[in-house]
Design a binder for this molecule. Structure first.
Ligand code: ASP
Length: 339
């Protein structure tokens, strides 16, 4: 079969003769009609997500990739490089070629990891070029189906009482879920059994299956399963209730302080990416954030899209500086280290 198809490709002597003849006759018109050389195909852009698929960062990345692709006509791909609370993916991007075609979509972990990981192979502020803020997402405290406490005050009482046997799922040291769980344990003055996952996508799956009791996670992952009753929503970490989830109390209503938390996501390029390329990706980001499909998808999940001013290299650099200053003393005081 294979040999036959190969032999078919060999030109027959008489065909070659006809081709030479025709070539001679048609040479001039062939040159005139030939299409101009195609411009070099633009390389695809890859958004690296430092957590597992089907989690909040992944969800934002996929919606953003679709919007960036629609706005630019270029292929925008998502690659999950999970591990070590988001630091493995960030380290991979920091070491990649700074051509603007590999970008990191990360979150508050850029500010928390430098304190929690004493041997981090990158510096969040020195080894990346910020491109722009993407969205801000509230967090929720959620529980497995069948969790014995259905209201926030009952849940708090249960967590305090059963502290030694409560399993809290989270996405590794430095992740948003880790930060939220840590703030919760500080606020309640209890220690939980903490089980790390490569992202809160798989953590949520285990929560739904009853293999973990509670977790903190962004609404980008929890809004839909809370609405459909697949998990129990206990509270939101915003200062007040969310317009799209009015049935869920703010944790402050139950007297929990210090847990007001909204998770920002930002887009970063490796250090050394040319300024013009950073500006180009930032313009593409702003264009994508304005796309109706992206705005609608984020609204559905209670995420707040960054303003054009926030979605700039300066806006994200400022935010990262503020967040680093905000979390470093709290994390140092907690004294938890990943290494
Ligand atoms: N939401 C997760 C976190 O705890 C990460 C993820 O899977 O997106 O940071």
């Amino acid at each position: 079969m294979c040999r036959r198809s190969l032999s078919r490709r060999r030109p027959l002597p008489w065909l070659t003769a006809v081709a030479v003849l025709a070539g001679g006759l048609l040479a001039a018109p062939a040159v005139a009609l030939s299409a101009p050389p195609a411009p070099p195909a633009e390389a695809s852009i890859t958004l690296v997500v430092p957590f597992a698929a089907k989690g909040p960062t992944d969800t934002v990345a996929r919606a953003l990739a679709a919007a960036m692709s629609a706005r630019s006509g270029r292929a925008v791909l998502v690659e999950n490089r999970a591990g070590s609370g988001g630091t493995a993916g960030a380290a991979a991007v920091a070491a990649t070629r700074p051509d603007g075609n590999t970008l990191l979509l990360h979150h508050v972990g850029m500010a928390t990891a430098p304190v929690l990981y004493r041997s981090l192979p990158y510096d969040s502020r020195r080894d990346f070029e910020p491109i722009g803020r993407v969205v801000d997402v509230p967090m929720t405290l959620v529980a497995r189906p069948g969790f014995p406490a259905r209201t926030l005050p009952h849940a708090i009482a249960f967590l305090k009482r059963e502290r030694a046997s409560v399993i809290v799922a989270y996405a590794g040291m430095g992740a948003a879920s880790h930060l939220c769980g840590l703030l919760l344990s500080i606020a309640l003055d209890v220690d939980f059994i903490q089980v790390p996952y490569r992202g809160t996508g798989p953590a949520l799956a285990d929560l739904q299956a009853g293999r973990a009791d509670v977790m903190c996670d962004q609404t980008t992952n929890t809004a839909a399963p809370i609405r459909s009753g697949r998990i129990v929503g206990l509270g939101v970490t915003s200062a007040g209730r969310l317009p799209g989830m009015p049935g869920l109390p703010a944790v402050t209503e139950a007297g929990i302080r210090g847990l007001e938390l909204s998770i920002w996501h930002g887009l970063f390029a490796p250090r050394g990416t040319p300024t013009a390329v950073v500006a180009d990706r930032a313009a593409l980001l702003r264009s994508a954030l304005a796309s109706p499909a992206f705005v609608a998808a984020m609204k559905e999940m209670q995420a707040v899209v960054a303003t054009p001013r926030q979605a700039t290299p300066e806006g994200l650099a400022l935010l990262l500086g503020e967040e680093t200053a905000r979390w470093a003393p709290i994390l140092r005081k907690a004294g938890q280290y990943a290494d």
